[in-house]
Ligand binder design. Sequence first.
Ligand SMILES: [Zn+2]
Length: 135
Amino acid sequence: MKSEELEPVFVEYVPMDLAGGILYVSMEYATASHQCACGCGVRIVTPLGPADWILTFDGQVTLSPSVGNGQFPCGSHYLIRKNRVVWCKPMTRSAALATHTLDTAQRAQTYGDVAPRAGVLRKLSRWLRRLLGRS
Ligand SMILES: [Zn+2]
């Protein structure tokens, strides 16, 4: 079913089976996940960070930039603004590839050649704290 709104639910771990109409936000792993708003059922994972998506929460969520699913058959493309799904022109596969190339370059510029995920950094941080005897 097509979603016109996504309700934010804050979790540590994102469930395997996502419910439609929910935006699962894991601050622990710096990701937001949802079922594609078009209703096709594809799992959409948006990593959060300075070179990825920016999530704003003021009681409602806004995710920037848009979610472009040109790599999936539906090709849906939308914004999430204050929980609302704002539909954009569908994204073609070539537009998705161009965006992916640009995103990859932006990540390399922001994080260096290797882009460690926030979850990896947290695990490393925990391991170091345990090693150093700090909690
Ligand atoms: Zn879809």
